[in-house]
Design a binder for this molecule. Sequence first.
Ligand code: ZN
Length: 189
Amino acid sequence: MQICDLPLEEYEKKIVEFHGSMAPGLIIGGFMVDLIVKNLPKDRFYDVICESMKCLPDAIQLLTPCSIGNGWLKIVKIGRFAMTFFDKETGDGLRAYLDTEKIKKYPAVNEWFFKLTPKHEQDADKLFETIRAAGAEIISLQKVKVDTSITRKKKGSKIAVCAKCNESYPGTESGNLCKVCSGAVIYYT
Ligand code: ZN
């Protein structure tokens, strides 16, 4: 069994290296990326929108050239277990999502996904086995047209220097305050 030309065991090793631990969501995410890539024309480049913050972005970053840092992967916080690969010129895309009907055929996966059993009562080995056996069977594909205006980079945004901390931030005029100094965002004391 292969995920984007990687033997599944190799992909699982990479998960542990990159993500820190084996995660069921990352294996499913790998099957999602693989299924989309198999169904897209080979000679194009794609941007990706991920609808979940959890697990899926790491599967995309492990298996494709798209990362948060290079801007080819965007996260839209919807919380659905889904991702869309699309052509950034035309918006033509393919979306993969966890199919809540199909997952019913795999009770171990269903129970884990919907948190029906407390984590300490779950049989992790059985869960991973079932996920591997299910492969892409719990995923569905959908053709979509992406509104590319939501992912296009804003050009020409200016960089200002904050009057209080003297650090740079996106702004039009230096001498104003960054979001921390103005109190709009507080994440440390
Ligand atoms: Zn500041």
